[in-house]
Design a protein around this ligand. Structure first.
Ligand code: ADP
Length: 449
């Protein structure tokens, strides 16, 4: 091969190698470019998913309208709260902002507008903010709408106002009587009335001061329950003994009204977790009500029994009874049925709400069966020791925190029985059979003690 041929072959081979290198490089470059693009797309997609997840998790409805006033996005919360979300911002303002002034305010060019929209029995706070949606440097403005369900807050505020008005009214009534009777005594009564007349006036003043004292002590008790500051001493309680002793203590009150008051235990009752003073308060409120609101010569029967894993006390009277439409309301604070003449008996309308709160504190519940003319049957149910322990064991095995007094007492019993000092020693994933086995062993040991 001559030199020219060698040069030509070399040139061809070099060109071929160069072309292959360029092709490989180009392919590599394109691949890495598309990889980079894919990465950017994935990142954008990821960020979009993230922001959608954040929007979906918010307990606030969020709607965004773009600079062309068309709907950009709305989270699920907004869709569940509002009946419809229009495509155009103007239409949104027409539907949700006509009566509360939002629309007018937006038309006036305000950048931050808020108002309440009422739909049926629910209220929503709607806040609209004019905002640059494409960053600070953008010239285009859109609108962000925030929707918050404020029904619960409004109800709470209304109840608070009613409560303050009720307390003021209830305190004012006896205070006015005390003031007017003492004024008339000071003005002329002491000089002109005889001893019996003066004593009667002082008695009225005394009775009203007792009523005020009762009201204040009921309010203090309710407020300490509300703030979870009520002091309870939870013990193992034989409920029928408590019911019997409360009934016996109230016998003189029933005899005064010539009523027949009796207590009967219908079966053997398992123990419950309870605070003796609170349980006495529950039962004495129910029995006192039965005495107050049953006619002279009436009959009041108190029964104690158990059903499955609950213990209950029933207070039955043959008084006037309560219409079913009031069965829920009579447990509300300050609710009184005028027909029963509660005021005459010095009632505060707080007794049954205290009964319900104290019963809840024992993981119990209260039921009322009554119709007008058929008397009343109030039944308070409390879970047995074994039921509370079973529920607590299941909760603890599921790493739930026990935060009520009865639950804590049961937790304490279980801890000392299983000799658990450290939380890490708690048995994991207890089966129901294992729970029952622990409960059986616990009650076996307690019966032998
Ligand atoms: P009060 O201090 O007025 O007795 P409660 O909260 O104990 O307040 O009771 C609320 C209302 O329920 C009472 O005012 C009364 O009208 C009615 N009530 C309660 N117990 C009975 C009952 N056994 N029979 C008829 N009405 C009752």
């Amino acid at each position: 091969m001559n030199t020219t041929a060698v040069i030509a072959v070399t040139a061809i081979i070099t060109t071929a190698i160069c072309m292959i290198a360029v092709l490989v490089w180009d392919r590599y470059h394109r691949q890495s470019k598309s990889e980079r693009m894919m990465n950017v797309i994935n990142q954008v997609r990821h960020e979009r998913f993230e922001s959608q997840a954040i929007l979906a998790a918010l307990d606030l409805g969020i709607i965004a309208y773009g600079s062309d006033d068309h709907l950009l996005t709305a989270n699920n919360k907004a869709r569940t709260m509002l009946y419809e979300i229009p495509e155009a911002f103007q239409e949104f303002c027409q539907i949700y902002g006509e009566e509360n002034g939002i629309r007018a305010s937006i038309l006036l060019g305000n950048e931050y507008v808020t108002g309440v929209y009422v739909s049926g029995d629910r209220s929503f706070r709607i806040t609209i903010q004019r905002q640059k949606l494409a960053g600070e440097s953008s010239r285009y403005y859109g609108h962000i709408v925030m929707v918050q369900d404020i029904t619960a807050i409004e109800n709470q505020e209304r109840r608070r106002k009613e409560f303050v008005a009720n307390v003021s009214h209830e305190l004012k009534t006896p205070l006015t009587t005390i003031k007017s009777w003492s004024e008339s005594l000071l003005d002329w009564g002491v000089d002109e009335k005889d001893a019996a007349g003066i004593k009667a006036d002082i008695q009225r003043i005394y009775d009203d001061s007792l009523r005020m004292e009762q009201l204040v002590s009921d309010l203090l008790l309710l407020s300490s329950i509300d703030s979870q500051g009520v002091q309870v001493d939870i013990q193992h309680i034989v409920l029928d003994r408590v019911a019997r002793s409360v009934t016996e203590r109230l016998l003189p009150q029933a005899e005064e009204r010539k009523q027949h008051l009796s207590f009967t235990r219908l079966g053997k009752l398992p123990l419950i977790y309870g605070d003796r003073v609170a349980l006495e308060r529950i039962l004495s409120n129910l029995i006192t009500n039965a005495i107050k609101y049953t006619q002279q010569g009436g009959k009041i029967s108190v029964y104690a029994n158990s059903l499955f894993d609950e213990v209950y006390v029933k207070v039955i009277d043959n008084g006037e009874g309560i219409k079913s439409e009031y069965h829920e309301e009579i447990f509300s604070r300050f609710f009184r049925l005028d027909t029963t003449g509660s005021r005459l008996f010095g009632g505060t309308g707080l007794g049954l709400s205290i009964v319900r709160e104290l019963t809840n504190l024992h993981r119990g519940r209260i039921e009322l069966k009554s119709e007008i003319g058929e008397g009343c049957e109030f039944i308070v149910f409390f879970p047995s020791l074994a039921k509370v322990r079973r529920d607590v064991l299941i909760d603890l095995a599921g790493h739930n925190v026990i935060d009520d007094a009865c639950g804590k007492a049961a937790e304490q019993d279980i801890r000392s029985f299983l000799k658990i000092k450290d939380d890490r020693e708690w048995p994991q994933h207890l089966t129901l059979q294992e729970v029952e086995l622990i409960l059986d062993k616990m009650s076996g040991v307690e019966q032998n003690n």
